[in-house]
Design a protein around this ligand. Structure first.
Ligand code: PEP
Ligand code: MG
Length: 579
């Protein structure tokens, strides 16, 4: 009999296949007391297991195929770093010695203690990082218990259909191994939209549902199941009619994807001849070919924070120079590199003075404010960036600018650093355009003034919406108020674009809104002609642009912005989906 199950759809598409359960699940941890002469050999046994775990992960990392988004290798790197993290290993060794218990029991205790710390965190992203602790501990535990074989199923016989993997949870390493064997879909009992499973499944384009709590109990090994990753539904043992319906839907999606890939090398020109620039947001140089493959013409946002994360020290000039030089050379077209945007939801371990001590960190010492307060931190990054500017077409973007004065101050520092570098005999590109992000309402209101000094502006809607509507973007309690269509937000976007039009300064958008196909027509109507987004969205947005009449959309947007009732405004907004 058919059975409908519901979870959270985290990676789109339809997957159809037979259930294959991942073995793993809860491990039975023995606990026993050691005799005094067994303690040091037990410590050695623990370190041996830790070393084997690292070796396993290194081997998996080496198997990541070329062209895979950089975030995937980064997940494995996070686990490798965690395996070396002394808050995990020192505590386990101390427990073996003080409680005279076996390594498995000591590791389990420390894992539970760290998990409890993560669970208390307010930030949902950090909270979901308790998965890392669990995954890393499970890997060592399996080695200690000699149970590491058979977690990932053996490769299928040829011609067998790809399976639907059902598991309690899947580690990033498992996903990498499984994706090389072709998988129809994933269903996991744990996890949320920010979990590794979700992020990786989206990167690999595998339809997935997480948080389907009783999946392993309700789905039988080998039974046919349909996974709808758009809606988060799974249908077990479907009848012929349901199967035919979803097969048709899957085929339509596949044709659609193939049609989209045809647009890759075509310019994004609207029906009435308006040329739109489509750019990618990337975080690592490995992402550059992936972005170009998906039709991006350059990079509109390269976030540099990753260089500062997951480490205890700050990256020096040489290390940063190498990273920037590599990414600048790898990108075809122009790359816009954003200077350090630390603080608020983006914290690092290095430097305790940057710890979130403020009551309201989103309004505190973050991004450009932090860089101006700590000139050495800023100068080191600027020296590396300016030296890398000779390797391609690069521009520098300042995050969270809230006044012309702040922009000018940064501009002067950059001029001084350029001069100093040249004095030392370094080469710096003749012209490195400097732009401002528009993320604070004050910056949008002052855009005509900023446009006198900045060579370009780029609207960061993620923060602009948070600051305009006074809602913390990572606070689940007020998520429901986060509304890109709020008239105040749209007016600020329009003001910024208008300021650019009047002064001949290009205006881009690099917040999530730019890559959301639901808003493409609206943004065209507001006059936006540079969109920067996750590479995976470029082709879909391009198709909408090629099918739009920008002149007509601009007329409609004007009417919508002039609407004098919320109702009328909403009616006009709804029209954007169909025009
Ligand atoms: C933004 O705020 O829209 C943006 C692109 O910056 P981030 O998401 O990195 O804060
Ligand atoms: Mg931002």
């Amino acid at each position: 009999m058919s059975l409908w199950l519901s979870g959270i759809g985290v990676s789109r598409g339809i997957g159809i296949g037979r259930v294959q359960r991942l073995h793993g699940g809860e491990l039975e941890i023995p606990e026993h007391r050691l005799a005094p002469d067994q303690i040091e050999p037990e410590v050695t046994r623990f370190f041996d297991a830790q070393r084997s775990a690292k070796e396993q992960l290194r081997q998996i990392r080496a198997r990541i195929p070329g062209g895979t988004p950089g975030e995937i290798a980064a997940f494995i790197d996070t686990h490798l770093l965690m395996l070396d993290d002394r808050s995990l290993t020192d505590a386990v060794v101390a427990l073996i010695r003080s409680a005279q218990c076996n390594a498995e029991a000591a590791l389990q205790k420390q894992r539970d203690a760290l998990t409890a710390v993560f669970e208390q965190m307010e930030d949902p992203y950090l909270r979901s990082r308790k998965d890392d602790v669990q995954h890393v501990s499970a890997r060592i535990l399996r080695i200690l218990l000699k149970q590491e074989k058979g977690i990932v199923p053996a490769p299928r016989a040829e011609q067998a259909e790809p399976p639907v993997i059902v598991a309690d949870d899947v580690t990033p390493a498992d996903i990498i191994l499984l994706s090389q064997q072709e998988v129809a879909a994933f269903i996991t009992e744990y996890g949320g939209p920010l979990s590794h499973t979700a992020i990786l499944a989206r990167s690999f384009g595998i339809p997935s549902i997480v948080g389907l709590h009783a999946a392993r109990r309700l789905l039988r090994e080998g039974e046919l199941v349909i996974v709808d990753g758009d809606l988060g539904h799974a249908l077990a043992d479907p009848d012929a009619q349901a199967l035919a319906f979803f097969e048709t839907k899957r085929a339509r999606q596949q044709t659609d994807r193939a049609a989209l890939s045809q647009l890759r090398d075509r310019p994004a020109i609207s029906r009435d001849g308006v040329r739109i620039k489509l750019l990618a947001n990337i975080e690592m140089s490995q992402d550059a070919p992936y972005a170009a493959d998906l039709g991006a013409e350059g990079v509109g946002l390269y976030r540099t924070e990753f260089l500062y994360m997951n480490r205890r020290d700050l990256p020096g000039e040489e290390e940063q120079y190498e990273a920037y030089a590599q990414v600048v050379a790898a990108v075809k077209g122009t790359i816009t590199i954003r200077t350090l945007d630390l603080g608020a939801d983006k914290q690092v371990d290095s430097g305790s003075r940057r710890a979130p001590t403020a009551n309201n960190p989103a309004l505190g010492l973050r991004a450009i404010r932090l860089c101006l307060k700590e000139p050495e931190l800023f100068r080191t990054q600027l020296r590396a960036l300016l030296r890398a500017s000779v390797h391609g077409a690069m521009q520098i973007m300042l995050p969270m600018i809230s006044s012309v004065q702040e922009f000018r101050q940064a501009q002067q520092i950059i001029a001084a650093v350029t001069e100093q570098l040249r004095g030392e005999g370094h080469r710096v590109a003749g012209h490195v355009p400097l732009g401002a992000m528009i993320e604070v309402p004050a910056a949008a209101l002052a855009a005509p003034l900023l446009a006198r000094h900045a060579r370009f502006l780029s609207i960061g809607t993620n923060d602009l919406i948070q600051y305009t509507l006074a809602i913390d973007r990572v606070d689940e309690e007020v998520n429901y108020l986060y509304d890109p269509l709020h008239p105040a937000v749209l007016r600020l976007i329009r003001m910024t674009i208008a300021a650019g039009e009047h002064s001949g300064v290009p205006v881009a958008m690099c917040g999530e809104m730019a890559g959301d196909p639901r808003y493409t027509r609206l943004l065209l109507g507001l006059g936006l002609n540079e969109f920067s987004m996750h590479p995976a969205s470029v082709l879909e947005v391009k198709r909408i642009i090629m099918d739009s009449n920008v002149t007509e959309l601009r007329r409609q947007a004007q009417l919508a912005l002039a609407a004098d009732s919320v109702r009328e405004f909403q009616d006009r907004m709804a029209g954007f989906a169909h025009s």
